[in-house]
Design a protein around this ligand. Structure first.
Ligand code: LRH
Ligand code: MN
Ligand code: MN
Length: 388
């Protein structure tokens, strides 16, 4: 049986990074519903992230998205974060919201557009130098809409060249994380559509290039935990963008559509050393909260990751191994299901109370009055939103 003290230590040590854009307004192409108390500045987004960390105790890092979080002094922003017990996490680039990127960015047929995109990525590395961020997280909207629109292999060549320029610029300890996505906004070909494409580019770049698995970026039925296990074995799993997928890139709260899938993913992570700090897997959320209150939704998401992790840590690996070696299919499956069916909420509540935190972070946040306070204070100015 798993040692409960070790399970508790692993849960206490786990870190979950929250996205700055999750605190801003967001929606669909049909409507963005503004909410009271939404941050108007990057600093207010950090204040919200600090609240999530205060109530959960496991979310001290915040990912930034450039230019959504642009500021003229990143070192000062990092100092502001530090004063609130936070660190600035991954820097997410944006090469998808400029008219010049209609035919792509780093894969664009025109060298001048590629140069502009690469310059932005290099600017992001400068920002990492100022903030002390470890990771540059790249997602490209590049692709084509129609057969024949562009040369598929030519686009891969341009991608490889652009990535290599950025990789060469990385400082010591900095990593390039390459995210893939099956489709959207391109509908015929996508230049980094899957983990295999990302992995192949990372292999060519070098050991500090790693794959990002965004749980919402796969075809229905894809076995994501297999991808996770494979990448961990190869030392190329850099990070997760956690969110939930009913249909496509839904960006809803992680673990809401399929908590069992999240457990299966975390089982592969836990079993294959992915929770060890030296493996350096970053557990990030990449979510938007369109109709629900944002700060409590981020807290809930952090808790969902913790619950899946706790269940994964409760898998009796000795019993599992014995059943697997003995070819006992039913027993092996039962070991996993026993862990999944365990109610880990009391264990997590106990860990929080031992650390001086409230046992139920969502309830404690709602009772704190903070939501009403920010709604009253944050009036005037322009609310932050996805894409602005
Ligand atoms: C792309 C994506 C990527 C972006 C984020 C806002 O769909 O997952 O990680 O940077 O959304
Ligand atoms: Mn993502
Ligand atoms: Mn996405």
């Amino acid at each position: 049986m798993p040692d409960i003290a070790a399970v508790k230590a692993a849960l206490t040590a786990q870190r979950i990074e929250t996205p700055s854009w999750g605190y801003g307004n967001s929606g669909t192409r049909f409507k963005v519903f503004a909410q009271a108390g939404v941050p108007r500045t990057v600093r207010e987004k950090l204040d919200d992230a600090a609240a999530v960390h205060e109530f959960t105790g496991v979310a001290p890092q915040v990912s930034l998205h450039i230019p959504w979080d642009r500021t003229d002094d990143y070192a000062a922003l990092a100092a502001y974060a530090k004063e609130r017990g936070l660190e600035l996490g991954a820097i997410n680039s944006n090469t998808f919201q400029d008219d010049s990127y209609r035919l792509g960015s780093v894969c664009h047929p025109d060298a001048a557009v590629r140069r502009k995109a690469v310059d932005h990525l290099l600017d992001c590395v400068d920002i990492m130098d100022a903030t002390g961020s470890r990771d540059l997280k790249l997602w490209f909207a590049d692709g084509t809409n129609y057969p024949g629109q562009d040369d598929v292999v030519g686009r891969q060549d341009r991608l490889a060249e652009s990535l290599s320029t950025v990789y060469e610029r990385l400082g010591e300890g900095q990593r390039l994380l390459l995210e893939y996505k099956l489709f959207e906004p391109a509908f015929y070909t996508t230049d980094v559509p899957d983990w295999g494409t990302s992995y192949a580019h990372c292999l060519r770049l070098g050991p500090r290039a790693k794959v990002v698995v965004d749980t919402g970026h796969h075809a229905p039925g894809t076995n994501i935990e297999f991808i996770v296990a494979f990448l961990l074995r190869e030392g190329r799993l850099g990070a997760f963008d956690f969110n939930s997928r009913f249909y496509a890139d839904d960006d809803l709260m992680v673990g809401s559509a399929d908590p069992f899938q999240l457990f299966r993913i975390m089982h592969e992570v836990a079993k294959n050393g992915g929770l060890a700090p030296e493996t350096r897997v970053a557990f990030m959320l990449d979510q938007c909260h369109n109709i629900e209150a944002k700060v409590p939704a981020v807290i809930r998401s952090v808790m969902n990751v913790q619950e899946a992790t706790a269940k994964a840590l409760l898998v009796d690996l000795d019993a599992l191994g014995a059943a697997q070696r003995g070819g006992d299919v039913l027993a092996a499956n039962a070991v996993l299901m026993d862990a999944y069916n365990t109610d880990v909420r009391p264990l997590l509540a106990e860990i929080r109370e031992e650390r001086g935190l409230a046992p139920d972070p969502v309830a404690a946040y709602l009772a704190s009055g903070r939501q009403e306070r920010i709604a009253a204070e944050r009036v005037g100015g322009e609310q932050a939103g996805w894409g602005a």
